[in-house]
Design a protein around this ligand. Structure first.
Ligand code: 57M
Length: 359
């Protein structure tokens, strides 16, 4: 909004010329989202506590988690609010991709909110039925994929990391492909959000990584030089990624160990949906496996654990899945598990950025 209000005044007040620069608006979108979370955080924590929206802790979880019972959850509502306000303030609102990524973020947040509401407020132990939750996720992800596909100059070719000459064109098949990326990412982040700051850390790292990808993909000369897909208008998505990272940092201030608040499914599903949609729009879909490697590792640990359990009639590969619980049960203190996972996430993000040159 500020872009539309202030940039036109740059002829009379020259300093407003800065509003044309995506870098400037990305920095301030990040700071705006951070400040909203940082300032409203204590009030939201008090409000959730007052409403008794405290985390229910399952009996079969690690012993160390039982002390977490009652921690305010559904903090994802604050994350989504700060991302949305900051994005609306700092982006070019005529950009189609901005509305698509906001739809995916808020839409997945609503699915998570329903799940949290049923579980935490209605005390329905399982929340939304798995089947219903997956159906809602599939519908929203398919609509998101179709909206991206309908963008006139959007390429339906899939970018294969490290191989610039291989990019299969999926045609309309890109819609289910995109939906799969979004659903998978959303659920992977949801599974990962099981320790204080464990999910939000890699989300911040992935947001900064895709901020770079969105910027270069939206810059014709840089995209041409790097020989990556030029996606007209994706530069504005860098501003959204800035808001995502800023909101993540603001939330981490309160979610860091020992957490004063959890994000809830409203947060984990929304953030995963956001990152998945950004990966699709910036044409770095497959690379998300690397950028979001922590989420992939955690999900694979569950798949292997459940599969092995069923095949061997009860034997386990890990002490407990997802993987973060395995290290907890091995005796690693919670902060050690969290920070080591963040370190791996940073290394994977650096490796993913190197694919811009190694192709
Ligand atoms: C999402 N939710 C956390 C919090 C957060 C198939 C199976 C792998 C499913 C999985 C599961 O239930 N996943 C649900 C993970 C939960 O966090 C809440 O959920 C939101 C995210 N969706 O925002 O509101 C617990 O995580 C802890 N937590 C923190 N700090 C945070 O900042 O400490 C969360 C955020 C919270 C809190 O204790 O209550 C979760 O873990 O449920 N199931 C599991 O992950 C279970 N694993 C398991 O059953 N493994 C089996 C099989 C199925 C693979 C096995 O290994 O044999 C573990 N989780 C729980 N109990 N709660 C272990 C058992």
């Amino acid at each position: 909004m500020l872009y539309h209000l202030l940039y036109p005044l740059h002829e009379t007040i020259s300093v407003f010329n800065v509003f044309r620069y995506i870098t400037f608006r990305t920095i301030y979108a990040s700071l705006t989202a951070f400040l909203i979370c940082f300032i409203l955080g204590p009030w939201v924590i008090r409000k959730l506590s007052h409403l008794q929206i405290g985390q229910y802790i399952r009996e079969d979880g690690p012993e160390s988690h039982h002390k977490k019972a009652g921690t305010p959850t559904m903090g994802g509502t604050l994350i989504i609010f700060s991302i949305t306000v900051s994005t609306l303030l700092w982006t070019n609102l005529t950009n189609y991709y901005i509305w698509i990524v906001l739809l995916a973020t808020i839409g997945y947040g609503c699915i998570g909110f329903i799940d949290d509401y049923l579980m935490q407020i209605k005390k329905r132990n399982k929340g939304l039925r798995g089947r219903n939750k997956f159906l809602l996720q599939t519908i929203l992800a398919t609509v998101t994929g179709a909206l991206v596909y309908s963008c006139s100059d959007f390429s339906t070719c899939v970018t294969i990391p490290f191989f610039k000459n291989i990019s299969p064109d999926l045609g309309w098949g890109y819609i289910p492909f995109a939906a799969l990326i979004i659903i998978g990412t959303s659920n992977a982040v949801n599974l990962t959000d099981g320790l204080d700051g464990l999910a939000i850390g890699p989300i911040i790292i992935a947001s900064v990584t895709y901020m770079v990808f969105a910027y270069v993909a939206g810059h014709f000369k840089i995209a041409d030089y790097l020989q990556i897909n030029f996606v007209a208008g994706s530069g504005e998505i860098a501003i959204f990624c800035g808001a995502l990272a800023g909101a993540g940092l603001g939330f981490l201030w309160f979610n860091t160990y020992p957490a004063q608040i959890f994000m809830g499914d409203v947060g984990s599903l929304a953030l995963g949906g956001a990152i998945g949609t950004v990966a699709v729009i910036t044409k770095q879909e497959i690379l998300l496996v690397l950028v979001g490697g922590i989420f992939v590792i955690e999900t694979l640990s569950v798949i292997f654990q459940v599969g092995f359990f069923k095949m061997t009639n009860g034997r386990r590969i890990f002490k407990m899945a997802p993987l973060h619980h395995h290290f907890e049960l091995k005796g690693w203190p919670e902060p050690k598990v969290i920070v080591r996972f963040w370190i791996i996430a940073i290394a994977l993000a650096l490796l993913s950025m190197s694919t811009l040159k190694i192709r």
